[in-house]
Ligand binder design. Structure first.
Ligand SMILES: Nc1ncnc2c1ncn2[C@@H]1O[C@H](COP(=O)(O)OP(=O)(O)OP(=O)(O)O)[C@@H](O)[C@H]1O
Ligand SMILES: [Mg+2]
Length: 259
């Protein structure tokens, strides 16, 4: 029996004639920060879409905490303990930071009609509001709780997006390019934030990111995709010195200066 939190086995996704994910095996253990990296079009976001059940795999299996994920309908994935942030989905600009987070929390109560009918709803809502406050305080954002989301600097907005994903109380969070568009200071802060999410809340992290210095700094283990295939897996040091990985990235050095 597998003790891994997440296991993908022979995972394959074809779009017509294109094989975006090609027989990929990997696992994530509870409490790890695992990087999923690879050149543009390697299949990283597709893997996320398969794990979060936005897409049906062509072949292969995915298990989460011993449960066959492919039997779980998409709307149940978050309740099972998997949350994600999106490459381009922002916050509601005209809602306060706090209200943006209370919306994230709402997922946890979805479908629980009985407690609401018994009048427990208000108590839960108060508990949610105080949890939102505690989260914002913990991550140094207490002062902007009432501010409109659109008024925050970019780096803080991305931090709030991550907090929003955490409001559902996930065991695993999937982060798709969390520092894209950030400056060096914001990237540094987000890296620390992700580490704290794991260290202090025990949340397991699967991270897709092109910023190699961040990946090398915060990941325990890295899985590398190229043209849908897994070409390497190992510690940051092993990956950083792996000739196959270096070769895969060299092909696109021109359009990605940071890699
Ligand atoms: N819904 C889709 N229909 C058809 N092709 C798709 C679809 N989604 C992704 N692809 C293709 O699958 C391949 C993998 O795409 P994917 O978005 O997973 O790459 P990625 O590794 O996330 O790349 P990037 O680093 O640029 O975000 C690409 O060739 C892409 O064009
Ligand atoms: Mg992508």
């Amino acid at each position: 029996m597998s003790e891994h939190l997440l296991v993908a086995s022979e995972l394959t996704k074809r779009f017509g004639g294109l094989t975006a994910v090609d027989g990929v095996d990997f696992h994530v253990d509870e409490g790890e920060i695992v990087g999923l990296i690879g050149p543009n079009g390697a299949g990283k976001t597709t893997v996320f879409n398969l794990i979060s059940r936005f897409l049906e795999p062509t072949a292969g299996t995915i298990t989460f905490a011993g449960v066959n994920l492919l039997k779980v309908p998409p709307h149940r994935v978050i309740g099972l303990g998997i949350a994600r942030t999106f490459q381009n989905l922002g916050l509601f600009p005209y809602l306060s930071v706090e209200d943006n987070l209370l919306i994230g929390r709402h997922n946890q109560f979805r479908g629980r009609i009985l407690p609401l009918a018994l009048g427990l709803g208000q108590r839960e809502e108060r508990a949610a509001a105080s949890e939102v406050r505690a989260m914002l305080e913990a991550f140094g954002l207490g002062a902007v709780r009432g501010a409109l989301a659109s008024m925050l600097p970019y780096g803080s907005q991305k931090a709030v997006e991550l907090i929003r994903a955490l409001m559902a109380g996930p065991r695993l969070v999937l982060l798709d390019e969390p520092v894209a568009g950030m400056n060096a200071a914001e990237t540094q802060a987000m890296g620390q934030f992700i580490r704290r999410v794991r260290d202090e809340r025990g949340v397991t992290v699967l991270l897709v990111e092109h910023d190699m210095s961040l990946v090398m700094e915060i990941c325990d283990r890295i899985v590398v995709l190229d043209f849908g295939r897994k070409i390497a897996e190992g510690t940051p040091h092993e990956i950083g010195t792996n000739p196959r990985v270096i070769e895969a990235y060299l092909g696109q050095e021109v359009d990605r200066a940071q890699v």
